[in-house]
Ligand binder design. Structure first.
Ligand code: NIG
Ligand code: FE
Length: 407
């Protein structure tokens, strides 16, 4: 098996999975990769020989971003809705239905092309694991074909039939919950690892959410939730009660929600892009971190509330507006995302873990927040199957072989 040495790493962020908010650092480091896993990690001066060598040129290396919340399988866009919102209208859950109409009308090929393009965008910006939800089909056939598309792009697929009650069930929401927990679940469970529900006014209430998540759990799906996006609701405490892997948004939290989260195991996934793009107030991540809650950061990439694929953008916004330190935000976007997906093989760089990593065009991870909007990803590993490790590194960056850089 080919071994690859990355040496001359100016700053290596390895992460400490146990600490929740700690970013471990190692200077002048090297990594040896074998079979997609980290085989050795230590000081550059002591690095063993390998078949190929990549000189990181003093740059910072971090674990690949783990984007644990996205809705990239859809058709159409909602730029006009965004423009109206930026002219004063507020965000409401019902906008989802316009994407549902466009998505139902789209072919599988169109949906796969659109989702693939967004996943490629993510990867070029340093994301090495992405979770993808259904939720814009809302019929048995459409939800299951959306998950079929998602499954081509990731193993982290989530059934979100309970995104919103579709128009045709407007007068019979209970009938829709029966469908979501019945025939639609039967069709979708084989394609999904997770089940999610949007527990919010205008979508599903706490009792509906409970029955949906329990039905999914009975079919072997792990629970995750959208809650607290638009107002405080009982959804956050339900997530903790059910031991959901993650409860996402959490812009609006009561003291009782924070106490419950602090006592439980559920990760809170902050979605700074959603708050940015809906011009809402921001989640106060500091309150959660100080209470000992594990916080992740994800893009929530979707055409309505957060049409970004950039984890770096989300980190910058979380640092600026959610009172997270750069180290906390980078941890949340890597190890935090892994925790939100209950994965221990990603989000950290250590011997035996997956060698999913990003070489930044920067001397420190701090630059992800310090230089907002600047493309700082020099290279992403592992290479696509069509690339060699070297071509991945040098083609995805600015091109050429000039790896020496002086900061
Ligand atoms: O996570 N909150 C619900 N779902 C998405 C929004 C989807 C949409 O507006 O199309 C979210 O923000
Ligand atoms: Fe979402």
């Amino acid at each position: 098996m080919t071994t690859t040495l990355i040496d001359n790493i100016g700053l290596l962020v390895t992460n400490n999975p146990a600490m929740g908010d700690l970013t471990a650092e190692r200077r002048d480091a090297a990594i040896v990769i074998e079979g997609g896993r980290i085989a050795w990690l230590g000081d550059s001066a002591r690095a063993p020989d390998a078949d190929e060598r990549i000189d990181a040129g003093g740059r910072c290396v971090i674990p690949g971003f783990v984007d644990s919340h996205s809705h990239v399988v859809f058709a159409g866009d909602r730029a006009e809705e965004f423009e109206r919102r930026m002219s004063g209208q507020s965000y409401v859950a019902g906008g989802i239905n316009s994407t549902v109409a466009a998505t139902r009308a789209a072919s599988d090929e169109t949906l796969l092309n659109g989702a693939s393009r967004l996943v490629a965008e993510m990867r070029a910006q340093g994301t090495t694991t992405v979770e993808i939800k259904s939720g814009y089909g809302l019929t048995t056939a459409d939800e299951s074909r959306l998950l079929g598309v998602a499954r081509k792009l990731t193993e982290e697929t989530t059934y979100l039939g309970a995104h919103v009650v579709p128009r045709e069930y407007a007068s019979d929401p209970a009938g829709y919950v029966d469908l979501v927990t019945g025939a639609m679940l039967d069709a979708c469970a084989p394609h999904a690892k997770w089940i999610d529900v949007f527990c919010e006014g205008g979508a599903f209430d706490v009792d509906q959410a409970r029955s949906i998540l329990l039905a999914g759990r009975a079919r072997g799906l792990g629970a995750r939730m959208h809650s607290g996006q638009l107002a405080v609701s009982g959804g956050v405490q339900l997530a903790v009660e059910l031991g959901a892997a993650s409860v996402d948004h959490c812009t609006f939290l009561s003291e009782a929600d924070i106490d419950a989260l602090a006592a439980g195991t559920t990760v809170v996934t902050a979605l700074p892009g959603a708050e940015f793009s809906t011009r809402q107030r921001y989640l106060d991540a500091r309150r959660l971190l100080d209470a000992g809650v594990t916080v992740a950061i994800a893009t929530d990439c979707n055409p309505g509330s957060s049409y970004t694929t950039s984890m770096a953008f989300c980190i910058a916004v979380a640092v600026r507006n959610m009172r997270m330190s750069p180290a906390e935000a980078v941890w949340a976007a890597t190890a935090g995302g892994a925790a939100a997906l209950k994965r221990s093989d990603i989000g950290v760089l250590a011997v035996g873990k997956k060698a999913d990593l990003v070489i930044l065009d920067a001397p420190s991870y701090v630059h992800l927040a310090y230089r907002p909007g600047v493309p700082l990803v020099r290279a992403v590993l592992p290479a696509y199957p069509s690339e060699t490790t070297e071509s991945a590194v040098f083609l995805q960056g600015k091109g050429g072989r000039d790896t020496d850089v002086t900061f």
